[in-house]
Design a protein around this ligand. Structure first.
Ligand SMILES: Cc1cc2nc3c(=O)[nH]c(=O)nc-3n(C[C@H](O)[C@H](O)[C@H](O)COP(=O)(O)OP(=O)(O)OC[C@H]3O[C@@H](n4cnc5c(N)ncnc54)[C@H](O)[C@@H]3O)c2cc1C
Length: 448
């Protein structure tokens, strides 16, 4: 019996879980090729999850087992689906294709001044400190005194915490050495986190907020006046235990008071940004209004503004796309173009659900996808028209695509560990795509 052949596009959590679950759940023999546009696997676990969260990042050990220990699963890194191989070609070569491409864009604030130098999507900042191969190592100089982060989710806290960590704390992470040096030279002493609503409605998880209270070099400042609750806020806390826990942590911060530390993070609630002001093309201040009384405005001097108001999905060539939700429309994970299901094409993860949920949420999501897919391919009378792994390899080779397979990735991985050892750190990420590819060529690249 010929093996079922499935292509998964994207090696983040939803792609990795999809590959794992396909092999676990399929009753028929199965081959899964996981395509990844970067020379490294794991998506946002490698390039989004904060570097000082090693416990969450350690999920990569179990994702790696999928590629290392599951017969029939291959990693094809450095392949951009849509350019190096088209969707139509994918559909011709595989019985089914799962898009697990995430949400790589960001939302904007829609206020004047967003194009000023020093105003960035938090995604750009995260990609930079995470050493994402698409980000320019020089993109952040960190010269200024006050940074402003707009948004009250965990990603906003991650970005603020990174600006506040000490060099010792940063050296315990895997961020590239030049990024540690940039943070070491940073002159920022204050980060202001701005929320549109009151603390009762903040989206941080309690655990992440409490972590801030542990950052040794940093004061955490919450205005006690912000903890006076409206009836609506009180009702919200009464109905939402997570919000209540977080709120009591804000109280803890107020009770701790100001300890006179070198750096500080300040939470400002019930404010909306209305304008970014600049001089010579660079941001110098942000104007905020009180959400409860828009006539009241204030201006905060700042040299760095990070908008952390959500990631956003990107349309994929050949697939339908909902421009409102920025996701690919589907029915039970089967891509749907408005007229009907697109045969053999499925979605999982953030491109399906939008940018919400933690890493583990993607397992449940991928299971739904895999269940629909396996149901379809095992339908009575269905005949496979898939080609072979060698055909796909030949196609990519004929186009001069240098595939980073698992062995080649392991070479990059080992080079990062070695680079870490040389400077007394556990690991130092390679930031530059060309360097990663040079290292990969040393062993395994194109070996397939
Ligand atoms: C800054 C940040 C911090 C986070 N921190 C945490 C945390 O601490 N704990 C937690 O549980 N969750 C955290 N999350 C959430 C978690 O990262 C997501 O739930 C998860 O990564 C979504 O998985 P995904 O596979 O859908 O997308 P992604 O992880 O984005 O993976 C998509 C992959 O597809 C690849 N790809 C895209 N297009 C193509 C193409 N055309 N061809 C080939 N490959 C392609 C991308 O390169 C990428 O590797 C965080 C998210 C962010 C943004």
């Amino acid at each position: 019996m010929a093996a079922l052949r499935v292509a998964v596009i994207g090696s983040g959590p939803s792609g990795s879980y999809s590959a794992q679950l396909l092999t676990e759940e399929s009753e028929a023999p199965i081959e899964v090729d996981v395509f990844e546009r970067l020379p490294a696997p794991f998506g946002l676990v490698r390039y989004g999850v904060a570097p000082d969260h090693p416990r969450i990042k350690s999920i990569t050990t179990s994702f790696a087992e999928v590629f290392e220990e599951t017969p029939g699963v291959r990693f094809l890194g450095n392949v951009l689906v849509g350019k190096d191989i088209t969707l139509d070609e994918m559909r011709a070569h595989y019985d089914a294709v799962v898009f697990a491409t995430g949400a790589p864009l960001d939302r904007s604030l829609g206020i004047p001044g967003e194009d000023l130098e020093g105003v960035h999507a938090v995604r750009e900042f995260v990609s930079w400190y995470g050493g994402h191969p698409d980000s320019d190592p020089q993109s952040f100089a960190l010269t200024g005194q006050r940074a402003v982060v707009i948004g009250v989710g965990n990603v906003a806290l991650d970005a603020a915490r990174m600006l506040m960590l000490s060099v010792e704390e940063l050296r315990a992470t895997d961020v590239p050495e030049h990024i540690v040096n940039a943070f070491a030279a940073s002159s920022f002493r204050e980060v202001v986190i701005v929320g549109r609503r009151g603390p009762a409605f903040a989206k941080f998880t309690n655990k992440e907020f409490l972590e801030f209270l542990e950052v040794e070099s940093c004061d955490v400042i919450v205005d006690p006046a912000d903890l006076e609750l409206s009836a609506e806020e009180q009702a919200h806390l009464d109905s939402d235990p997570a919000a209540k826990r977080l709120f009591s942590s804000f109280k803890k911060a107020v009770d701790r008071g100001v300890l006179g530390r070198d750096r500080r993070v300040r939470f400002v609630f019930d404010r909306s940004p209305v304008e970014l002001l600049g001089e010579n093309g660079a941001v110098t201040a942000i104007r905020l209004t009180q959400t409860t009384d828009p006539a009241v405005t204030e201006t905060l001097e700042t040299q760095l503004v990070l908008r952390s108001v959500g990631y956003r999905g990107k349309a994929l060539v050949g697939l339908p796309f909902n421009e409102t939700t920025h996701t690919v429309p589907h029915v039970e994970s089967r891509v749907h173009d408005g007229d009907g299901v697109v045969d053999g094409v499925y979605i999982a993860g953030w491109i399906k659900r939008g940018p919400t949920g933690v890493v583990g949420t993607n397992r449940r999501c991928a299971l739904d996808t895999v269940t629909s897919l396996l149901e379809d391919v095992s339908a009575p009378g269905r005949v496979s028209t898939a080609s072979t792994a060698a055909d796909v390899d030949d196609l990519l080779e004929s186009r001069g695509v240098h595939v980073v397979d698992w062995a080649a990735w392991k070479t990059i991985d080992a080079a990062e560990v070695a680079a870490g050892e040389s400077v007394g750190r556990e690991r130092v990420k390679l930031h530059d795509r060309d360097e990663m590819l040079r290292v990969a060529r040393g062993n395994g690249m194109d070996a397939r």
